[in-house]
Design a protein around this ligand. Structure first.
Ligand code: UGA
Length: 446
C-alpha cells in the first residue's frame, strides 16, 4: 500500500487496523522504528505518509469513504477443528468481509490481497451480497490480486514486478485496479484471469518455488554422500534455460510465513476435491523440508562425538532468511529446538531478531542465561557467541557472515571445533586454515 501511495500521489491510501499499538508504530516519527524491517520501506513511507498515505484505526469510516478495499489479513494454518494442521484459518478474512459489507457505501471494489484457498472469493461474494440485499445503496465487485513480493526485496519486487495478477469477472473493476498498477507497471505485465485461476496461481507459484528448494536440498544430501558439490550441480542445471538459475541454493530448508502454509493448504484442497495422489505429491515437498532441518541438527550431534549435552554452540542467524527480522517458520527454530532437546547450550546471534522473539519461538524464558544443559542466550556480537564454543552453526545467509575472520574466531573456541555452514557462505579454505573442521551443506568433498 505504501508503494501504491508512493507511485500514485493522486490516490489516497488509508491503511487500517484494529490494533492501536500497531498503527501508532506505523505513525512513529522515527522511521527506523517502523514495525516491519524491510530495506527501502522507510524511505517509501517517509515520502508518502502525511501526503496521501494514512495509518488509522478508524476502520468503518475509512471503508465508507473508500472506492476500493484491499483485504490483507493473516490466513494462518488452522490449529484445531476441521482441516487442523493444513487448511487455512479464514476467520479474519470473513470478519473483514462482514465489516466491509456493513460499512461500505456506494459501489465498492473488494480486493483479496491475502493468500487464500481457491474459491474463497465465492464466500466473500455471498457475505457481501447479503448486505447488498438489505436495502442500503451498496454494490460490490470482488477481485483477486495476490501478492508475489518476497521479504527483504519487497520494495524492489513491488516497483518492478515480473507480473501483476488480477482475477475477476467484472471488467470495469478489473480495469480500475489495472489502472492503479498501470502508473508504474507495463501493461503487458498486468495479467487478467478468472477469480479461481488467480487464487490458485498464488498457491501454485509458492508450491513450485518451494518444490525447487526441496529438490535441491534432496540433491545436496546426495552430493554429501557421493562426493559431488551441489553448487556445481546447481550451476550445471541452472544454465539450462528451461530450468533457470534462481531458487537453487541448498540450505537448511525453506522458512517464512508462506511456503509451508500455502502447500499444506493446497494439500488440503486436493484431498477435499478427491485428489489424494496430487495431495501426497505436494505434501512430500514439506516432508523433505522438515527432514532437512532435523538432518542438520542430527549431523551436528553426530560430528560432536554423538553428544552435545552441556556443550556450547554458537548459532549465527535466526531469521528465516537474510535482510528480514521475520522468524516465522525459520529453519533455525527447528534446528535450535532439536539441539536444546539434546542438552546443548546455544549462544544465538542475529543482527535483526530481538531476544523476546527468539524466546517466543523457542518457547523459552526471555531472561535466559547459559548455565546448564539445554539453555540458551542471545549474543550481541559474533565474538561473544563463539567464545568457548565447540561449534559454529550458520543458519541465515547474512552478509556479515560471509566476511568472518576465521583465524580470530577459532582462537576463541574450544578445540577440536567445527563449523556447520548450512548456507554455504564460508570460504572452505579459510575455515580449514584456521584449524576448524567444516561441514558445508551439499559439499561432498568435506
Ligand atoms: C515467498 C515467495 O518467494 C514470494 O514470491 C511470495 O510472495 C511470498 O513467499 C509470499 O507468499 O508471501 P518469502 O517467503 O518472503 O517469499 O521468501 P523467499 O525468498 O521465497 O524465501 C523463502 C525461504 O526459502 C527462505 O527460508 C529462504 O532462505 C529459502 N530459500 C530460497 C532457499 O533455501 N534457497 C533458495 O534458493 C531460495
Amino acid at each position: 500500500m505504501a508503494v501504491i501511495a508512493d507511485r500514485c500521489p493522486q490516490i489516497h491510501v488509508t491503511v487500517v487496523d484494529l490494533n492501536q499499538a500497531r498503527i501508532d508504530a506505523w505513525n512513529d516519527e522515527d522511521l527506523s522504528r517502523l514495525p516491519v524491517y524491510e530495506p527501502g520501506l522507510d524511505a517509501v513511507v517517509g515520502r508518502a505518509r502525511g501526503r496521501n498515505l494514512t495509518f488509522s484505526t478508524e476502520v468503518e469510516a475509512s471503508i465508507a469513504a473508500a472506492d476500493m478495499v484491499f483485504i490483507s489479513v493473516n490466513t494462518p494454518t488452522k490449529t484445531k477443528g476441521l482441516g487442523a494442521g493444513q487448511a487455512s484459518d479464514l476467520r479474519w478474512v470473513e470478519a473483514c468481509a462482514r465489516t466491509v459489507a456493513q460499512a461500505a457505501t456506494g459501489h465498492t471494489i473488494v480486493v483479496e490481497k491475502s493468500t487464500l484457498p481457491v474459491r474463497t472469493a465465492a464466500a466473500i461474494q455471498t457475505i457481501l451480497a447479503a448486505a447488498q440485499n438489505d436495502g442500503a445503496e451498496r454494490r460490490f465487485s470482488v477481485l483477486s490480486n495476490p501478492e508475489f513480493l518476497a521479504e527483504g526485496t519487497a520494495i524492489a519486487d513491488l516497483e518492478a514486478p515480473d507480473r501483476v495478477l488480477i482475477g475477476g469477472d467484472d471488467p470495469d473493476a478489473i480495469n480500475a485496479l489495472a489502472e492503479i498498477y498501470g502508473h508504474w507497471v507495463a501493461k503487458e505485465r498486468i495479467l487478467r484471469t478468472n477469480l479461481w485461476s488467480s487464487e490458485l496461481s498464488k498457491l501454485t507459484a509458492n508450491a513450485f518455488l518451494a518444490q525447487r528448494i526441496s529438490s535441491i536440498n534432496s540433491i545436496a544430501a546426495f552430493c554429501e554422500a557421493s562426493g559431488a558439490d551441489v553448487r556445481e550441480v546447481a550451476r550445471a542445471i541452472g544454465t539450462d534455460s528451461r530450468i533457470g538459475p534462481k531458487f537453487l541454493s541448498a540450505g537448511p530448508g525453506f522458512g517464512g510465513s508462506c511456503f509451508q502454509k500455502d502447500i499444506l493448504n493446497l494439500v488440503y484442497l486436493c484431498r477435499h476435491f478427491g485428489l489424494p495422489e496430487v495431495a501426497d505429491y505436494w505434501e512430500s515437498v514439506v516432508q523433505l523440508n522438515t527432514w532437512q532441518q532435523h538432518r542438520i541438527a542430527r549431523l551436528v550431534v553426530e560430528k560432536l562425538f554423538g553428544t552435545v549435552t552441556g556443550k556450547r554452540l554458537a548459532v549465527l542467524g535466526f531469521a528465516f532468511k537474510a535482510n528480514t527480522n521475520d522468524t516465522r517458520e525459520a529453519p533455525a527454530i527447528h534446528v535450535c529446538a532439536d539441539l536444546l532437546e539434546e542438552g546443548a547450550q546455544l549462544a544465538i546471534h542475529d543482527p535483526k531478531v530481538a531476544t523476546a522473539q527468539m524466546a517466543r519461538d523457542l518457547k523459552q524464558d526471555e531472561s535466559a542465561v547459559l548455565d546448564s544443559s539445554g539453555s540458551w542466550c542471545r549474543s550481541e556480537s559474533i565474538e561473544a557467541a563463539v567464545a568457548g564454543a565447540d561449534a559454529v552453526l550458520i543458519l541465515t545467509e547474512w552478509e556479515q557472515y560471509r566476511q568472518l575472520k576465521w583465524a580470530d574466531l577459532a582462537s576463541r573456541m574450544r578445540h577440536p571445533a567445527w563449523v556447520f555452514d548450512a548456507r554455504a557462505v564460508t570460504e572452505s579454505q579459510q575455515v580449514r586454515a584456521a584449524g576448524l573442521s567444516l561441514w558445508k551443506v551439499g559439499d561432498g568433498e568435506g
